[in-house]
Design a protein around this ligand. Structure first.
Ligand SMILES: NC(=O)C1=CN([C@@H]2O[C@H](COP(=O)(O)OP(=O)(O)OC[C@H]3O[C@@H](n4cnc5c(N)ncnc54)[C@H](OP(=O)(O)O)[C@@H]3O)[C@@H](O)[C@H]2O)C=CC1
Ligand SMILES: CC[C@](O)(C(C)=O)C(=O)O
Ligand SMILES: [Mg+2]
Ligand SMILES: [Mg+2]
Length: 330
């Protein structure tokens, strides 16, 4: 049984007198720093002085300083820069200031789990991870609610590491919805699997394959776009709000029968085997090693794949149709 924490289970005692340095001001950094500050916590933001985030964070009213200064000043150093740059920034700009009893905190277990960051023995290692992109973390907080989240403790040096992680989770607004206690290993492996197989990898390839099938068969790309991409949101919203059952109840009986009888021809034993292989690569560290090598080489594969994705017909058609629907400007 998972343990879930709500607002009523958590207080700010472990964090209220501490300085929390949010390192990075991107998707998660901005949302989490603003939410914790608005919740009354002592937040400073650590950034590289020549980067574009500096002015943004200043404009949002934060006390902004270099990463080294923030790491030195803070009791809790919450690292919210991209996973692939964290090890180098940590080693040079954070580790020298990570003194006894401090807490190093993450929103993804990746670098700790795969050993790319190895903090000293005399600090806490914690995780507070919203289960949502940053924009939603901020938007729902401002609306008085929040998004669900995870907390984990990899090392409890001070004896109150869980209370520190939970205090931060409350400040971010996550305990308004519910925060599950997990481990760095479980969060890392399930997060990577989810984004590779369903959320980012699986769904985009499914959309593209279905779009290409219709276009190759002579159907208008605009029709193909609406059918294989645009309407997906409506279906996902139904599943999100009412579960699979609620979705089936809301589509036509024809769609229900066709979907239930055909889906295993698309996602079948072969796909399940591929999912198991992908999970194995995540579990045994092959994916992490590949991603590190890709970064060291200057992202050649990622850049080529980005270019191909950008040039796909679905992107050109989609842009025009999203403009038509008032979803995208310019
Ligand atoms: N994106 C999401 O919604 C989610 C992310 N996470 C996790 O949260 C963490 C942060 O991810 P995310 O918010 O996407 O990150 P972003 O890519 O949005 O981070 C951008 C920030 O990192 C700074 N930055 C980038 N490179 C460097 C560098 N070399 N040195 C110093 N600062 C740098 C940028 O500063 P500058 O302006 O100076 O370039 C900017 O402030 C990751 O661990 C991720 O896995 C977890 C859940 C969801
Ligand atoms: C789904 C992608 C994600 O895992 C996320 C927003 O949770 C990420 O790494 O960005
Ligand atoms: Mg995720
Ligand atoms: Mg992720």
């Amino acid at each position: 049984m998972v343990k879930i924490f709500y607002d009523k289970d958590v207080d700010f005692n472990a964090v209220k007198d501490k300085i929390i340095a949010v390192i990075g001001y991107g998707s998660q950094g901005r949302a989490q720093a603003l939410n914790m500050k608005d919740s009354g916590l002592n937040v400073v933001v650590g950034l590289r002085p020549n980067g574009s985030s500096w002015e943004k964070a200043k404009k949002d009213g934060h006390e902004v300083m270099s990463i080294e200064e923030a790491a030195e000043k803070a009791d809790i150093i919450h690292i919210l820069i991209p996973d692939e740059v964290q090890p180098a920034v940590y080693k040079k700009q954070i580790e020298p200031y990570l003194t006894e009893g401090k807490t190093i905190s993450f929103s993804h277990g990746y670098n700790i789990h795969y050993g790319f960051i190895k903090p000293p023995e005399n600090v806490n290692i914690t995780m507070v991870a919203p289960k949502s992109p940053g924009a939603m973390v901020r938007k729902t907080y401002e609306e008085g609610f929040g998004v669900p989240g995870l907390v984990a403790v990899e090392r409890d040096y001070t004896g109150d590491a869980l209370q520190i992680a939970l205090g931060m989770a409350k400040g971010i607004g996550l305990t308004r919805v519910g925060v599950i206690q997990t481990t760095f290993k479980e969060e890392t492996e399930t997060d990577l699997f989810g984004e590779q197989v369903v959320l980012c990898g699986g769904v985009t390839e499914l959309i593209k394959a279905a779009f290409e099938t219709l276009v190759e068969a002579g159907y208008a790309p605009e029709m193909a776009y609406f059918e294989t991409c645009h309407e997906l949101k409506l279906i996902v919203d139904l599943i999100y709000q009412k579960g699979l059952q609620g979705m089936w109840e809301n589509v036509s009986n024809t769609a229900e029968y066709g979907g239930l009888t055909r889906r295993e021809r698309v996602i079948n034993e072969e796909s399940r085997k591929a999912m198991k292989e992908i999970l194995k690569e995540i579990q045994d560290g092959r994916f992490a090693k590949e991603w590190s090598l890709e970064r060291e080489a200057g992202f050649p594969h990622l850049n080529a794949l980005r270019r191909l994705e950008k040039e796909h017909l679905i992107e050109k058609v989609g842009k025009d149709l999203r403009k038509m629907c008032g979803l995208e400007k310019e």
